[in-house]
Ligand binder design. Sequence first.
Ligand SMILES: NC(=O)c1ccc[n+]([C@@H]2O[C@H](COP(=O)([O-])OP(=O)(O)OC[C@H]3O[C@@H](n4cnc5c(N)ncnc54)[C@H](OP(=O)(O)O)[C@@H]3O)[C@@H](O)[C@H]2O)c1
Length: 343
Amino acid sequence: MSNRQWLLAARPETYPQPEHFQLVAGDRPALEPGKALVKTLFLGVAPVMLRYMRNETEFQAPLAIGDLMMGRGVAQVIASDCPELPVGSIVQARLGWQEYALIDTRQDPPPFLLAHHDLPYSHGLSSLGPSGFTALIGLREIGAVQPADHILVSGAAGGVGSQVSQIAKALGARKGVGIAGGPEKCRRLISAVGYAEALDYKQGNINTALDQLFSQGIDLYFDNVGGALLDEVLSRLRRRARIVICGAISEYLLPREAQHRFANLQNLGRQDARMEGFFVFDYGQHYPDYASEIADWIRAGQVSPVEDISRGIETLPLALSDLYTGSNVGVRMVHVADPDPMP
Ligand SMILES: NC(=O)c1ccc[n+]([C@@H]2O[C@H](COP(=O)([O-])OP(=O)(O)OC[C@H]3O[C@@H](n4cnc5c(N)ncnc54)[C@H](OP(=O)(O)O)[C@@H]3O)[C@@H](O)[C@H]2O)c1
C-alpha cells in the first residue's frame, strides 16, 4: 500500500509556497519493534514551519532538502508493538506530512492519546491540541488572567487567537478586543469567534482606535504578531499589566535589521508590568488535563472551536501559505483520511 509524502524541495526566500514542496509516493512502512503504525487523519500547519524550512529553529532536527516535511497531526493506531499506543486509539503526534507514520513514545512531547471520543477528531489539532493549549497556557499560566481585565489580542482570527477570547471568558474574564486583517475577518471575530470588538489593522488608524477602546489602558495583551503593534501596546499599559508573548508572525519574514526597534519598553518598569514568552511544548505533561478542561467547556457551549479545513493531502502546501497570506480564519488544517473501521 502506498504512502504519499510531502518532501522539502527548496528553502523559501519569502513565505512558503507550493513550489517549495514535492509530493512523492513511497511504500507504507512496516511495523517495527517498540513502535506504532498510524494512519493520518488530519495534519496541521503552523507559522513555525517556515522556520523549520529555513533551518532557523534550535528545537527541531535540521531539515535537509529532500527530507520529509515536519508536522503534527491526528492519527489512528492501526498496528502496534507499543503498549502505550494501543491499536484503535486516536493520537496527536509528530507524524510528518504523510499518510502513514511510524511513531513511538520517545518523541518530545510524546504522542498524546485523544480521550474525548464524543468530540470531532479535528479538535485534536484545534481546541484539544496545541493551539487550544497555547491559548490556555498563555492566558492562565503566563497572563494570570483576571475577571476585570481589559484584554487585547492580536492575530485574533487565527488558530490560537480564535480561541483566546472564548477561553478567557471560560476562565471568568470579560470578552476581549481582537485585531485582525480585513473587514470580513473582523465581522467574523464578533459573529463567530467571541470577541466584543474587532479592530482591522489593515484599515484606518489602529492607534486612534486603541486610544478610544482602551482609554484606561490595557491589562492583558495576548500577542501573536509582535512588531510595531506591540510597541503601541507597550505605550498603553495599565499598572500591573501583563503581555503574553505568544508569537511574532509579522516579523518572521523580516531580516534582523528590518525588525522593529522598540521605543516603549521602559513603560514595563513604569507600570510594574510584565512581558513573558512561553513554548507550548514545555507543558506536555499537562496536555491530558488541559484537554479535559477544554472538552468540558466545548460540551457546555462555552468554547466553539473555529476550524478551517481543506480536504486531501495535496492541499497541505497551500494550507501553510494561507497562514502568511492571511487567508485562514481559525485553525488551518488538512483532512487526510477517515479512520479505518475497527473490530
Ligand atoms: N508560544 C507558543 O508555544 C506558540 C504555539 C503556537 C503558535 N504560536 C505563535 O502564535 C501565533 C499564531 O499561530 P497560529 O498557529 O494560530 O497561526 P495563525 O494565527 O492562524 O496565523 C496566521 C495568521 O497570522 C496573521 N498574519 C500573517 N502575517 C501577518 C503579518 N505580517 N502581520 C500581522 N499578522 C499576520 C494572519 O491574520 P490576519 O489576516 O488577521 O493578519 C494569518 O491569518 C504565531 O505567531 C505562532 O508563531 C506560539
